[in-house]
Design a protein around this ligand. Structure first.
Ligand code: AP5
Length: 216
């Protein structure tokens, strides 16, 4: 396997599934959202630029996000990877294909995680993330043992700034308008695989692994 992309609306479970697959298959998990939040946390100029868009639920400009992904892909150039949240525009998908072709690599499959909208909103509204280790919880579906405290490392749990109702709705609209065409792009190449994203994380993961097995 060379590379996989995981596409889905906000809250579809991309990060949750990517972390499970990273452990199960030993592949590299590259999340564009995490790279952008790390750039914001370290106060880089890319981070400052990105924050203005992310706070509004809009996509960060292609060139900015592509440069972060390229840096990260170069770090581990030979390993199989799973991209989470990238590409999100057709231009990003085309740039990714060119970037990989220069290294003799390509995307094997694009997995589309499908979840009904009301469930997406419920998942995002209850999400909490650990500031220290990045572990993810949900106040209803997967609550921490002590409110506000990470079970894994004792770190502080926080709610992402873009997980308020208004910004969630904006992100969902952006997905429909700007990222749906990416699904069509991969469908035309015969690489798109739809995954039912409902059910528990482990049920979804079994479906994903079965599909990846077929794509290899
Ligand atoms: P990003 O960080 O990528 O956020 P997103 O796409 O909006 O997706 P989320 O991280 O919100 O959700 P997820 O699908 O990973 O779900 P999760 O597993 O966390 O992007 C943020 C912003 O950065 C964008 O708005 C944009 O501004 C910018 N950006 C990023 N990439 C970009 C790009 N390529 N181009 C331009 N801009 C870009 O799960 C959510 C919750 O549900 C958790 O609490 C989890 O515990 C729970 N959960 C997960 N699975 C299940 C399940 N099966 N059952 C019950 N609960 C579940």
């Amino acid at each position: 396997m060379s590379g996989l992309v995981l596409i889905g609306p906000p809250g579809a479970g991309k990060g949750t599934q990517a972390k499970i697959l990273q452990k199960r298959l030993g592949i590299d998990h590259i999340s564009s959202g995490d790279l952008l939040r790390a750039a914001i946390a370290t106060g880089t100029s890319k981070g400052r630029d990105a924050k203005r868009y992310m706070d509004r639920g809009e996509l960060v400009p292609d060139d900015l996000v592509v440069s972060l992904i390229e840096e990260r892909l170069i770090e581990d150039a030979a390993r199989a990877f799973l991209l989470d949240g990238f590409p999100r525009t057709v231009r990003q998908a085309e740039t990714l294909a060119d970037m990989l072709a220069r290294k003799g690599r390509s995307i094997d499959a694009a997995l589309s995680l499908d979840v009904p909208t009301d469930e997406l909103v419920a998942r995002l509204g209850g999400r909490r993330t650990c500031r220290t280790c990045g572990a993810m919880f949900h106040m209803v579906f997967d609550p921490p043992r002590s409110p506000g405290v990470c079970d894994r490392c004792g770190g502080e749990l926080y709610q992402r700034e873009d997980d308020n109702e208004e910004t969630i709705r904006a992100r969902l609209r952006v997905f429909e308008k700007q990222t749906q065409p990416v699904l069509e792009h991969y469908a035309k190449q015969g690489k798109l695989r739809a995954v039912d994203g409902r059910g528990t994380p482990s049920e979804v993961s079994e479906r994903v692994v079965a599909i990846i097995g077929d794509a290899r």
